[in-house]
Design a protein. Structure first.
Length: 547
């Protein structure tokens, strides 16, 4: 089972430890049963006027073994599963950080988020039932061996009954597994719709028709998910009841059928019946746990499959020894760069290039172009997220490849159009954080948001203000190249003018190379050079000042 595979992802051997505690618990349970049978048999022979303290001591010892082994098993399974889940979360997040950007986009945020949160939570919440299933299975096998000791014939009858019941349950379980998979898929779709509700709240409130249609659609999703979940729960309950009925029939065969046909002459029916009654408990527990175990197993399968998928899309640059680039540079040169999205052979595909671009240290370069012209794609190629299919990127004549890509990326700080503002500063040393105050003043944010330690005390701001804080973070990284994708688009007119007329010259004075995607034609003269993208082709505009 995949849930067992999950327990061993760290390379340890928790299965042996768990198996040992389950066996100890089962031995204690069988000793309890055997001791009770022996005591009852002795009382039947000698009367009830004395207590066999030896058997009583064995009973107490067996109860202690059963109790401590059971407590250890449940606690150990929970601890091992939590350790495995934590390990898998960290490993998956690490694989996401090292994944190839293009292929990670295809996996999708929903799949990643659902696997890391919902699937792991399903396993964590049901760890005690996993322990119960393990113990119940081994205890049932141990009781069957005890019945074999009492009577081979009774063992055959009980074993056949258990096998038939197990076969019926397995047939029902196959459908349950399919329904579990469907339920998880439906819940993932519901999560996507809830994300749409929160992310698209303004758009929904803006249109009554859209709001009503969305409400009907999501209500239908809730009803459908509820129907599937109810079907799963009903199926689990039906399995439990069918299992109970099968074992009651089995008890009836032992008590009524064997004596009726004269097969019980050499069988202690009372002891066998007691054993059958005793086995109903662990088997019922096993039946009850298997439905939950199926959900946990499906969740473990999803986690392990995602882990394997992410392992297969690790960025090649993470697999080679990195090579450093010069601490300072004179120019970055893109020559013959071409990048096409999948399906480049058909007429509807989009590609940029061939592109030739030279970026000199300390320059301010503007990239302009209409929507869909390829500006964002070019920025992703320039920053090393997309690997060009033709052409090359050079830094002072050194080609950027797998060994130098990490060093190349370390040269670039960026604020993208779809930027994310982290509330905490990651990867920035305390001495650099101390330099944030003058940057906040320069960007007119010192009276709106400040740093407390390595965290912003406020980020519930307008998009333009968040972009200013994101620019503060980018400048604190102290990298020689700054990429800004439509950064000024959300600034008010006063600050937009200040950005182009005061802040950009200040950044140039500090030695930064700024590459900015912009539509602000009033301020095109602020750039040293301007390039225009049209249908993936990059052309220099002869005079930035006269544009």
């Amino acid at each position: 089972m995949r849930i067992i595979d999950l327990l061993t992802v760290q390379g340890g051997t928790p299965r042996l430890r768990l198996l040992g505690s389950a066996v100890a618990s089962s031995i204690g349970g069988v000793l309890l049963l055997a001791t009770v049978n022996l005591a009852a048999e002795k009382m039947a022979r000698t009367g009830f006027d004395q207590v066999d303290w030896g058997l009583a001591a064995v009973f107490i010892a067996a109860a202690a073994i059963y109790y401590y082994a059971e407590v250890f098993l449940v606690g150990r399974v929970g601890a091992d599963l939590e350790t495995a889940i934590d390990f898998m979360r960290v490993r998956i997040l690490g694989r996401i950080r090292r994944a190839d950007f293009v292929q990670l986009e295809r996996v999708g945020q929903q799949t990643l988020f659902e696997s890391v949160t919902q699937a792991t939570q399903t396993i964590s919440q049901n760890s005690q039932f996993i322990a119960l299933a393990l113990r119940s299975g081994i205890l049932s096998a141990a009781v069957l061996l005890y019945i074999l000791y009492l009577s081979p014939l009774a063992f055959v009858v009980v074993a056949v009954g258990v096998s038939v019941g197990g076969w019926i349950y397995a047939r029902l379980g196959a459908r349950l597994h399919r329904r579990h998979q469907e339920m998880m898929k439906e819940e993932a779709g519901l999560f996507e719709s809830l994300s749409d509700l929160f992310d698209g709240f303004k758009e929904i409130r803006l249109s009554s028709r859209r709001s009503a249609d969305f409400g009907l659609a999501i209500a239908e999703q809730f009803r459908h998910v509820g129907t599937v979940r109810l079907d799963v729960q009903t199926h689990i309950f039906n399995q439990f009841i069918i299992g109970q009925v099968i074992f009651y029939f089995l008890l009836a065969v032992v008590v009524f059928a064997i004596p009726a046909y004269g097969l019980g002459a050499h069988i202690d029916i009372v002891k066998v019946a007691t054993a059958v009654i005793f086995i109903i408990g662990p088997l019922s527990g096993l039946i009850h746990s298997l439905g939950i175990l199926a959900a946990s197993n499906a969740a473990a399968e999803k986690i392990l499959r995602l882990d394997a998928d992410l392992a297969g899309i690790e960025d090649v640059i993470e697999q080679v020894e990195p090579r450093s680039l010069p601490s300072d540079f004179s120019e970055i040169h893109l020559s013959g760069i071409r990048y096409a999205y999948d399906g480049a052979g058909d007429d509807s595909s989009f590609a940029i290039g061939p592109i030739d671009l030279t970026i000199k240290r300390g320059e301010i370069i503007f990239i302009t172009g209409g929507n869909g012209s390829g500006k964002s794609t070019l920025m992703k190629v320039l920053c090393g997220f997309y690997r060009p299919q033709n052409g090359r990127i050079d830094v002072d004549g050194t080609a950027i490849g797998s060994a130098t890509m990490r060093s190349y990326r370390e040269m670039i700080a960026a604020v993208y159009s779809d930027f994310h503002l982290f509330p905490r500063l990651y990867g920035i040393s305390p001495d650099r954080i101390a330099e944030a105050e003058p940057l906040l003043r320069m960007l007119e944010m010192d009276k709106i948001s400040n740093l407390h330690g390595n965290r912003f005390n406020r980020i519930d701001l307008s998009t333009g203000q968040k972009k200013r804080l994101a620019l503060v973070v980018a400048l604190l990284e102290q990298r020689p190249v700054l990429v800004l994708d439509e950064w000024a688009a959300d600034q008010d007119p006063h600050f937009r003018r200040r950005f182009y007329r005061e802040i950009l010259p200040e950044l140039r004075r500090r030695g930064l190379t700024v590459i900015a995607v912009t539509h602000d034609d009033v301020y095109f003269d602020a750039a040293d050079r301007r390039y225009h993208l049209d249908e993936g082709r990059l052309n220099i505009v002869p005079s930035a000042a006269g544009a």
